[in-house]
Design a protein around this ligand. Structure first.
Ligand SMILES: Cc1cc2nc3c(=O)[nH]c(=O)nc-3n(C[C@H](O)[C@H](O)[C@H](O)COP(=O)(O)O)c2cc1C
Length: 215
């Protein structure tokens, strides 16, 4: 059974082997079909949607189960617009050093062109932004796992998401942290734009996995 508008097969409790296999297939389908969505429509993301995403996020594994994450949810249009503008200005003042710059990834070129164009909007016009902060200095990797959970859970609802690494400098600014009620000690792990996709997102490619050693 597929819930209206969602990508997920809802398996009712009872849990036959077949049902479990369906759940596993759904998880893999989400991994393969999730895309970074950069075009959103205006349909609002509900409180229930956000609760679902954050709850999925916190199911992520973490070192010694320390769960070093905290979330900021921004949905007010004026606040999103102001942060998008301030974040873009920060980038223009100080272009980020991104490690993949030398890797020749076509996606990076596309992102760079986008980021400095006049029409670029840092959050791609998404109606919601969920910013994940690490509550300890070494908690950022755990937060990335939570971020992936959140984005896969979004896909199951038919919601689009996009990690916005370019907004990290903004959300690491002392004044912004203060405004958001975030501890000055917490590094911003990843802001994630969330919203209903407007149209299809084209597939992306992957280079073959490099398995350097297998003994
Ligand atoms: C850590 C991280 C930061 C990213 N930052 C941005 C960003 O600032 N803006 C953006 O549009 N996409 C951003 N992306 C999305 C990537 O560009 C995207 O995941 C990649 O091109 C592969 O596309 P796919 O996710 O649709 O497969 C980021 C992804 C990651 C993992």
């Amino acid at each position: 059974m597929t819930a209206a508008g969602s990508n997920l097969n809802i398996v009712t409790p009872g849990h036959s082997c077949e049902a479990r296999a369906t759940e596993a297939a759904d998880a893999v389908k989400a991994i393969y079909q999730r895309r970074a969505v950069r075009v959103y429509d205006d349909k609002p993301v509900t409180r229930d949607n956000v609760d679902f995403l954050v709850d999925a996020a916190i199911q992520a594994p973490s070192a010694v189960n320390c769960q070093p994450w905290a979330f900021v949810v921004i949905q007010e249009r004026e606040v999103l617009a102001r942060y998008a503008k301030e974040g873009k200005q920060l980038l223009l003042n100080e272009p980020p050093v991104i490690e993949v710059v030398e890797s020749g990834l076509p996606d990076f070129d596309r992102l760079r062109q986008m980021a400095f164009g006049p029409d670029f909007e840092l959050f791609h016009g998404a109606p919601a932004l969920i910013v994940i902060y690490a509550t300890s200095a070494d908690g950022v990797p755990d937060c990335f796992l939570a971020a992936q959970n959140l984005m896969l859970a979004a896909w199951t609802l038919g919601l689009g998401s996009c990690p916005i690494g370019l907004a990290r400098p903004l959300f690491n600014q002392a004044e912004v942290k203060e405004e958001l009620g975030v501890s000055p000690e917490w590094p911003c792990a990843l802001p994630i734009a969330v919203g209903w996709p407007d149209g299809e997102t084209p597939p992306t490619s992957r280079r073959p996995a490099q398995i350097v050693t297998w003994r």
